[in-house]
Design a protein around this ligand. Structure first.
Ligand code: 5GP
Length: 217
């Protein structure tokens, strides 16, 4: 195989892309766009004890489970990380992530700062974390209201929690401010592209470069 053709199939390790932000900062839309346009990326579907919203599909956005099921999964070590957010439990099931990593596939995690820290502790080298900030707290509140999926009481709780979430911005590798959704999305795409090209994530480069140097010209 020539160096030219093998360059398209250089083996690399899977990337664990963590996206966090306060609710309403645009993270879900960015995550959805990424998943639609980047077929190397699949979503880690979390389990949650939160009630399903009207627009959500069980098994696609989350697996909706009971607190009892959640306890069972936690006790049997089936969760890679878990956290309590806004009074509900959320967690990342271990098995699909380990399977993706073993196959060198990339995974996207839409999780909060508590989950991001736990994953970083467990899988240091493979994590790339991005924090998405709203342009202002006023705009964050307006976006939560526009979404109209939560009651006023829940929106208040989410705004209080937003402050706590934002305080953890320093724990992330990259920070994107979502003034404009298209721009924020292209920033996230640029980060993913650059991270995939990192030398230390591409063990297959050794063979590629050896092939280049051995090539008869
Ligand atoms: P929502 O209820 O709006 O879907 O999510 C609330 C928060 O929980 C979001 O910040 C979301 O990223 C976070 N979250 C969702 N799934 C998980 C998970 O599996 N683990 C952790 N730690 N947080 C999660």
């Amino acid at each position: 195989m020539s160096a030219q053709t093998s360059s398209t199939a250089i083996r690399r390790r899977g990337l664990m892309l963590v996206l966090s932000s306060p609710s309403g900062a645009g993270k879900s839309t960015i995550a959805r766009n990424l998943l639609e346009n980047d077929h190397e990326l699949s979503l880690s579907v979390s389990v949650t004890t939160r009630p399903r919203r009207g627009s959500e599909i069980d098994g696609v956005h989350y697996r909706f489970i009971t607190p009892r099921e959640f306890d069972g999964m936690r006790e049997s070590d089936a969760l890679l990380e878990w956290a309590e957010v806004h009074g509900n439990f959320y967690a990342t099931p271990r098995e699909p992530v380990e399977a993706a990593m073993a196959d060198g596939r990339d995974m996207l995690f839409d999780i909060d700062w508590q989950g991001a820290l736990q994953l970083k502790d467990k899988m240091r080298a493979d994590i790339v974390s991005i924090f998405i900030l709203p342009p202002s707290m006023k705009e964050l509140k307006a976006r939560l209201k526009r979404r109209a999926e939560d009651s006023d009481e829940v929106i208040e709780k989410r705004l209080q929690n937003a402050r706590v979430e934002i305080e953890h911005w320093r724990d992330y590798d990259h920070v994107v401010i979502n003034h404009d959704l298209d721009r924020a999305y292209s920033d996230v795409r640029a980060i993913v592209t650059a991270e995939r090209l990192r030398r230390d994530r591409r063990p297959g480069l050794f063979d590629f470069v050896s092939g280049l140097l051995d090539e008869k010209i």
